[in-house]
Structures are given as C-alpha cells and as structure tokens.
Design a protein around this ligand. Structure first.
Ligand SMILES: [Zn+2]
Length: 127
C-alpha cells in the first residue's frame, strides 16, 4: 500500500475516533454538554446524527466496540501492519478499507470467520 493511502486511512481513523469519543461523552452525559469550539462546530450535525443513530440502537455499546476496532487499527498502523489481514497476512482490499478503515480482516477471511461462527452457533444449539 502506498504511503499516501496509509496517511489517508490514518486520518480517517483519527477523525472517526474523535467523533465517537465526542458522541460517547454526550451519550453518557457526564453532566457536561459538548463544547462548541472552532474545531467541533462544523461537525456537530454529523456527530448528532451518529449519536442519535446509535442511541436508537444499542446505547453506547456499539460505539465502544467501534472505538475499540479503531484503536486496534491505529495500533496496527503504528506497528506498520495496517491494511494487512490479521488472519492470512494478505493486503486488505482498498475499497474495503475505504468503507471500513478499521477492518482487521480481508473479505475472504471475514466471510470464513462468519461461517465458522454460524457453525459454532448451530453446534451449540444442537447440544
Ligand atoms: Zn485474510
């Protein structure tokens, strides 16, 4: 992967990390409203949308999971492994990373892992 792409994904991850942290803060209240300074003003409607969307679903749980995925992706970036599938060590498809910069696995592995999970669930139900 080129350095330009890496930088691009890195900024996407950092931006989403910041948005989720702000959304989490406003979700969990903590008694403080989100501060509207120069850097956050233009982002408020987007953060509002994220917040409401996630609040409607599963409160802050989903946001926390996504934040963990992003933190893990940033750690891989720092270690120089970003964009490489954690399971098969092949490069993750560029389009896939565009859609989900925190993706830890390539499409093939994601599908195989999902299938394994489904089989495990079926086995557990069968018990
Ligand atoms: Zn893979």
């Amino acid at each position: 992967m080129s350095v330009t792409n890496l930088d691009e994904f890195f900024s996407m991850l950092v931006e989403e990390q910041r948005d989720i942290r702000i959304a989490l803060m406003s979700l969990e209240g903590a008694g403080k409203p989100v501060e509207l300074d120069q850097t956050t003003q233009g982002r408020v409607s987007r953060i509002d949308a994220i917040t409401q969307q996630h609040m409607a679903k599963a409160g802050s749980t989903h946001l926390k999971i996504q934040l963990e995925r992003i933190n893990a992706a940033l750690a891989r970036h720092a270690a120089g492994h970003y964009g490489v599938c954690r399971r098969c060590d092949l490069e993750i498809d560029h389009a896939r990373l565009m859609a989900d910069p925190a993706a830890p696995f390539c499409l093939e592995c994601t599908e195989e892992l999902a299938e394994t999970k489904r089989q495990d669930m079926r086995r557990n139900i069968g018990r």
